[in-house]
Design a protein around this ligand. Structure first.
Ligand code: PBG
Ligand code: ZN
Length: 322
């Protein structure tokens, strides 16, 4: 008789046969840096998450580093927005200055810079707009400039989240041409037009002022197309590919992991975070157990890199267990 329970008899046996283990090395912590001074502003839809000005981010960076987090993903929130997102590719823009300040303080931490125009444009779209259309090829040039300017500031990894066609190839070319052959690209490859992003848009002040993102982000119904998106980004030169959101798209992560041996990242997005936080704050679930179960599921499905707002909490919990 097969007795499955022999493998579950005690915690040492369970550890011995455990297939998926989360470590701090797997985690990427997203951070919001706002232009200005002395800002530490809570994001109301994301309990525990704040917008920081560069001067105040210093204290947060200490917490991140001492928790043992090795990678952060930076989003900049500029004071000035315009139709062409000028601040996105300003060498003295908020994201560029933040990258420089962080690298100056700690050169080991992996700084991933999100590349997209939506935080920088007055209309809130991820690319240049003509009438109601979001232009593809005209946007590429600006994304290239933004990437070079962030690489120049010291970003280790460029993470384009705009979902324009051909963006990875264009960014790879301009990075190489500008002397940044070793700067990595982590492409938001299968990024869905998801309702789970709305707390992020409060945090990054990046909601589109008209229409939606459905002409560039993917239809949540399409898994096979997601594999094509990843194939394209790999062909264009991405070093790491990403599926986003994570929890509602575990099947996509799994499909992509069968398709490629490239590293896969998954973004446990703002709405996924906020739902867990809201239930936990109400005392309806055990936050630590639910979060660990969620991120274990993301890793089990095939993502070795997990971008999550829970990263600091997870790092502390892992420390407690150790
Ligand atoms: C911007 C961007 C978004 C996220 C990351 N980069 C939102 C969007 O497309 O509106 C979402 C992250 C999250 O929800 O946590 N291109
Ligand atoms: Zn965007």
């Amino acid at each position: 008789m097969v007795r499955m329970r022999r493998l579950r008899a005690n915690s040492n046996i369970r550890s011995l046969v455990r297939e998926t283990v989360i470590t701090k090395d797997d985690l990427v912590y997203p951070v919001f840096i706002k232009e200005g001074q002395n800002i530490k502003e809570p994001v109301s839809s994301m309990p525990g998450i704040y917008q920081y000005s560069i001067d105040r981010f210093d204290e947060e960076l200490d917490r991140i580093i001492s928790a043992g987090i090795k990678a952060i993903l930076i989003f900049g929130i500029p004071k000035h927005k315009d139709a062409v997102g000028s601040e996105a590719y300003n060498d003295n823009g908020v994201a560029q200055n933040a990258v420089r300040a962080i690298k100056q303080k700690n050169s080991d931490i992996i700084v991933i810079a999100d590349v997209c125009l939506c935080e920088y444009t007055s209309h809130g779209h991820c690319g240049l707009v003509c009438g109601s259309e979001v232009l593809n090829d005209e946007t590429l040039e600006l994304l290239g400039k933004m990437s070079v300017s962030l690489a120049k500031a010291g970003a280790d990894i460029i993470a384009p989240s705009d979902m324009m066609d051909g963006h990875v190839e264009h960014i790879r070319n301009v990075l190489d041409y500008s002397g940044f052959k070793n700067t990595l690209i982590m492409a938001y490859s299968a990024k869905f037009a998801s309702a789970y992003y709305s707390p992020f848009r409060d945090a990054a002040q990046s909601a589109p002022s008209f229409g939606d993102r459905k002409t560039y982000q993917m239809d949540p119904a399409n898994g096979r197309e997601a594999v094509r998106e990843c194939e394209n980004d790999i062909r264009e030169g991405a070093d790491i590919i990403m599926v986003k959101p994570a929890l509602a798209y575990l099947d996509v992560i799994k499909d992509v992991s069968y398709m490629t041996n490239y590293p896969i990242a998954a973004y446990n997005v703002s709405g996924e975070y906020s739902m867990v936080k809201a239930a936990a704050l109400n005392g309806w679930i055990d936050e630590k157990r639910v979060v660990m179960e969620n991120i274990t599921a993301i890793k089990r499905s095939g993502a070795g890199i997990i971008i999550t707002y829970h990263a600091l909490d997870v790092a502390h919990w892992l420390e407690e267990e150790a």
